[in-house]
Design a protein around this ligand. Structure first.
Ligand code: MN
Length: 252
């Protein structure tokens, strides 16, 4: 059993260091992670330039590339051995509801979906500026991996885990949840560069809209670790007949 660890905050972040330490008590761990913060990279692959891999220390590699680049390389030829599962994180900030569409943390886990075991994305619901309870979140990740080894799940699962920013002794336990969703995000912030030309900053994510009981938002708000099973198939299966009927009337 070999674990591949990645993230989107970069290989030097506290979250990935804590995660590596915690998981190394269960199995050999390799880290392949971006050289810097690539939060919001989603599932992007670098196709226009070659990728280089650097070794920071034995078992820790960094790549000037995206989280998906890192995991793709690591499971598709970088090593002469196979990993069994990917654990991504611990992200500095939540990945709740529609955040998963943009998240590089979740993307790194998704890229490991063809390996033998379910993949896990772990995010700490901190304010996103460091200093949170990363050790507690890493311990949560260790408990989940240990549970997977003891009680295997369908290998198609991707588990999106959000941990309340609390010390271990105040964590209330685990809850399976569904993704909620957010309101539309704030407008982009317009500013000026030194030459008077407009520049724009993407604004913060919207407030929660669908955040009632059973959602990941509510679970974390109650102090529980939220565990949401994700699938890659985005097909709205129930809408296929609706679309088929709607297509019927097109001329030509
Ligand atoms: Mn991040």
């Amino acid at each position: 059993m070999k674990i591949l660890v990645s993230n989107d905050d970069g290989y030097r972040s506290e979250g990935i260091r804590r995660l590596r330490e915690a998981l190394a008590t269960l199995a050999p761990v390799t880290v392949v992670a971006p050289d810097r913060n690539r939060s919001g990279a989603s599932n992007s692959l670098t196709l226009d330039v070659p990728l280089r891999v650097f070794e920071a220390e034995p078992g820790v590699y960094f790549v000037p590339g995206t989280p998906t680049d890192c995991v793709h390389l690591a499971i598709s030829g970088l090593f002469d051995f196979e990993h069994d599962m990917v654990v991504s994180g611990v992200n500095d900030g939540p990945n709740l509801g529609d955040d998963v569409l943009y998240s590089g943390t979740v993307a790194a886990a998704v890229e490991g979906r063809f390996l033998g075991l379910p993949t896990i994305a772990v995010s700490l619901c901190s304010a996103g500026s460091g200093g949170g309870n990363f050790a507690a979140a890493a311990e949560i990740a260790r408990l989940l991996v240990a549970q997977l080894l003891k009680k295997p799940l369908d290998q198609r699962f991707i588990l999106n885990v959000n941990v309340p920013d609390l010390p271990s002794n105040l964590q209330r336990g685990f809850r399976a949840s569904r993704l909620g969703f957010r309101h539309r995000s704030s407008a982009v912030m317009r500013a000026q560069d030194p030459r008077g030309r407009p520049v724009y900053w993407v604004g913060p994510a919207g407030a929660e809209q669908d955040a009632g009981p059973g959602t990941d938002f509510d679970t974390v708000a109650q102090g529980f670790v939220s565990v949401t099973p994700l699938q890659v198939d985005l097909t709205r299966h129930a809408a296929i007949p609706v679309v088929a009927g709607w297509l019927d009337g097109i001329d030509g």
